[in-house]
Design a protein around this ligand. Structure first.
Ligand SMILES: [Zn+2]
Ligand SMILES: [Zn+2]
Length: 428
């Protein structure tokens, strides 16, 4: 009998270490808080605010965190809120991040709490909605803050809750987002050792989590090319230099960087010219042309190569045709790079909660995410949480009026984020 007991204890210890199931108290606290998380989400959903204008959103977040008794700092990177929870023992610091901004998208769903908010964006009246699902991120993290505060006896170290504004990008001429938060010292004092973040995903079924080690979302560069030619009559091109023709040659040339020079076996890369402006009428060869576009890369070396070759090629092509051209880059996000060691270490936590079959190794996406800036400073792990109803026949895309999230997916996010923080700190 005694040997049975010893064997059972050993087996239990073994299972606890190697399967890292959810702590039963965290599980029950998460389940108890689910209704509240959904209520918060509906409130944020009905009251969305654009990037760098998340004033009321931030107030509600700060109020909740203060009520929990946490050390709260407001107005970080304009409207961001940061809270610190000290566990019962000294240890490392882990950060959990939620982005809080909405989009200038007019919602066209028939949910009872749909947004009817309107505002002015770049001098145009627009509808505002949480068409990327950041409302779910806020409420999940508010729930996690409440759970971890309640169970702070389980925490060996410090948890920093980062509610980040302007993930979708600040309005033109303004700073904002993760970049500004880092500049204002969000990863310091106490210094953050690792950071976790999630994004709800309308294309992934509820109960499932997708992840990828290494480059998981792309570095986003915006570029502007200015081509200068020489204006002349459309009937006599030989007496001028045609900037439209040069632009065509440049577009063609840029695509060969991807198809002939980038090592595509490593990762994908994209160059897109999204806008061309030139000319006034049919019989005038204009003086100049402007092209605006984007570059997406998932590997730091490929990023350097593609940008270097674009810088070389653009003026060289223009010169070959008798004109001149300049290219300027603006970095919008870095590579969302999941630290492979951190992923390997924390994966059992996620698998233990969601079930191994529900944690899916995914391909990278060429969209961008400014969580990447945190990952440039500290190791981070960013993954996707299922928000698609199992019975849904089609997927609604993010950033569209029809965007829809099944709220039953939120609970898994609460459990996973809570347990990740605990397991990361306790493994040190
Ligand atoms: Zn988005
Ligand atoms: Zn988003």
């Amino acid at each position: 009998m005694k040997s049975h007991i010893i064997l059972s204890v050993l087996l239990l210890t073994f299972c606890t270490i190697y399967s890292q199931k959810i702590d039963p108290e965290i599980k029950s606290s998460s389940e108890k808080i689910e209704t509240k998380v959904i209520e918060w989400r509906r409130d944020f959903h009905q009251n969305p605010e654009l990037s760098n204008r998340e004033f009321e959103t931030a107030k509600k977040i700060a109020k909740h965190l203060k009520e929990l008794g946490l050390e709260v700092t407001e107005n970080v990177a304009k409207t961001g809120v940061v809270a610190i929870l000290k566990g019962n023992k000294e240890g490392k610091t882990v950060a959990l991040r939620a982005d809080i901004d909405a989009l200038p998208v007019t919602e066209r769903t028939d949910i009872p709490f749909k947004s009817v908010v309107k505002t002015t964006f770049l001098d145009t009246e627009v509808g505002v909605s949480h068409a990327c699902g950041h409302d779910t991120h806020i409420s999940i993290l508010m729930g996690v803050a409440e759970i971890l505060t309640k169970h702070k006896d389980k925490i060996n170290g410090t948890v920093k809750f980062i509610f980040q504004p302007a993930e979708e990008g600040p309005p033109p001429g303004e700073e904002g987002g993760a970049k500004l938060m880092i500049k204002e010292g969000v990863l310091k004092n106490p210094d953050v050792d690792a950071i976790f973040g999630l994004h709800i995903n309308s294309g992934t079924e509820v109960g499932k989590i997708r992840y990828k080690p290494g480059g998981t979302m792309a570095a986003v560069e915006r570029f502007v090319i200015n081509v200068k030619g020489k204006q002349t009559h459309g009937s006599a091109p030989w007496s001028g230099v045609d900037p439209i023709l040069i632009s065509a040659k440049i577009i063609d040339g840029l695509q060969t960087i991807i198809s002939r020079e980038a090592p595509l076996v490593n990762e994908a890369a994209v160059i897109t010219v999204g806008k061309i402006t030139s000319g006034v009428r049919f019989n005038i060869i204009p003086e100049s042309a402007e092209m605006i576009g984007t570059v997406r890369t998932l590997d730091p070396e490929m990023k350097s190569l593609v940008i270097k070759r674009m810088r070389e090629m653009v003026p060289a092509i223009a010169e070959a045709y008798g004109g001149t051209a300049t290219i300027e880059f603006q970095n919008n996000t870095s590579i969302t790079y999941n630290d492979p060691d951190l992923v390997q270490k924390m994966l059992p936590t996620i698998q233990g909660i969601a079930g191994k079959d529900n944690v899916i190794l995914s391909k990278a996406t060429t969209g961008g995410e400014d969580f990447s800036y945190f990952q440039e400073v500290v190791p981070g792990f960013y993954f996707f949480l299922g928000g698609k109803s199992p019975e849904a026949m089609t997927t609604t895309s993010h950033h569209t009026p029809e965007f829809y999230i099944d709220e039953s997916g939120l609970l898994l996010g609460v459990k996973v984020m809570s347990q990740l923080a605990i397991d990361y700190l306790n493994a040190q």
